[in-house]
Design a protein around this ligand. Structure first.
Ligand code: KG4
Ligand code: ZN
Length: 339
């Protein structure tokens, strides 16, 4: 890339409006506007998300350019999330990216959100080591749960995924049953720190060796809580730490079982995680322990690159820019986009 070639990336697949500027694999700015409006509803409301994106997109992009200290005339291309995600949300970023690229007469680059969660590991943050190919990527968030075999930047194969809810939903829906606000994942993690992980055993759902299922767990938590609260109305308040620790222990050991199966199946021992649930202290600890115990090499990106962000869209944009993988201007958002 030439000296002055900056790429602007836009992410709007769910409830975060984000923009980032990248230059030579280094992130110059990474702005995220998280939509607070959904908290009151206990989950993302697509209609409200789309409207909030429309309000946020201009100020977020403006801030990203300002923090990168560049003018839009210095941009070499616009990268954007084409999918997968919520249609109404994706449309806002897609339309904006198209008009901006058209107005500036520069290339437009579509990015797959799931691929971006994985390629976020290639951002040059000056510290972490990049994964070596082939590696296994575990993408865990409120919208996705996948194990992907990554052979090269753009050669990825899903070898396991959830058959129903995503792991982040399992955290959030369980938290809701416990009366905790949305998103409840970080709160379960917080209370789990002081609890006994073996106090309340929850059954791990049985599906294929590398696939996941979380809807049964949510129902099990619901019935368990309903039963206990009937006998003792203060059950949740009196046992919150132990309930959270037990839940987290079950989910983390379930994720680890699946990675172990994937390692066995592929013979690949290099593992990279991504997605908002990578922030979970339990999965981080379990992966670090696995490095010593099983000789794995694990990669955990900086937190700001784990949750939904535009820096990860920017790095994919840059990789595609180098290969001249540009989109045409008739490209449209794709809510069910595959690799
Ligand atoms: O990647 P992300 O920001 O958005 C998408 O869903 O794409 O992930 C958000 C999810 C939420 O379900 C949230 O509860 C979960 O990540 N999460 C956590 C933690 N931090 C965020 N789950 C468990 N422990 C955490 N520390
Ligand atoms: Zn995501």
């Amino acid at each position: 890339m030439q000296e002055n070639n900056y790429i602007l990336a836009i992410e709007s697949s769910c409830d975060d409006t984000a923009a980032a500027v990248i230059h030579n694999s280094k992130i110059c700015s990474n702005v995220v506007a998280t939509q607070k409006i959904h908290e009151a509803y206990g989950g993302v409301v697509p209609e409200l998300a789309s409207r909030a994106h429309q309000q946020n997109i201009v100020p977020v992009i403006h801030q990203a350019l300002q923090e990168a200290n560049i003018d839009k005339k210095q941009l070499a291309a616009i990268a954007f999330t084409r999918g997968p995600g919520l249609m109404g949300s994706l449309l806002v970023g897609t339309s904006f990216a198209k008009s901006l690229a058209l107005g500036l007469n520069i290339p437009l680059i579509e990015v797959n959100h799931m691929q971006a969660h994985i390629l976020a590991h290639f951002i040059d943050d000056g510290t972490s080591e990049k994964p070596n190919f082939p590696f296994l990527a575990l993408t865990i968030s409120g919208g996705h749960t996948q194990i992907v075999k990554v052979t090269s930047h753009f050669n990825m194969e899903i070898i396991g995924e959830t058959l129903d809810d995503a792991v982040g939903e399992a955290f959030d829906k369980s938290a809701k049953i416990l009366g905790l606000p949305y998103p409840g994942g970080p709160l379960i993690d917080k209370y789990a720190q002081n609890g006994d992980p073996k106090r309340f055993p929850f059954t791990k759902p049985k599906v294929g060796p590398m696939d996941f299922s979380f809807s049964g767990l949510k129902t099990a938590v619901l019935y368990f809580i309903q039963r206990e609260v009937k006998a003792n109305p203060d059950f949740i308040a009196q046992n919150l730490d132990d309930i959270c620790a037990s839940l987290q222990y079950t989910i983390v050991s379930y994720l680890m079982d699946k990675i172990k199966n994937a390692v066995k199946h592929t013979g690949i021992k290099e593992i990279a995680i991504g997605g908002g649930v990578s922030a979970n202290s339990g999965i981080r600890k379990a992966l670090q322990e696995a490095e010593n115990k099983f000789g794995w090499k694990t990669h955990i990106p900086k937190l700001e690159y784990c949750t939904d962000n535009a820096a990860m869209i920017a790095i994919v944009g840059e990789l595609k820019y180098k290969q001249k993988q540009f989109s045409t201007f008739d490209v449209s958002a794709n809510a069910r986009m595959k690799f």
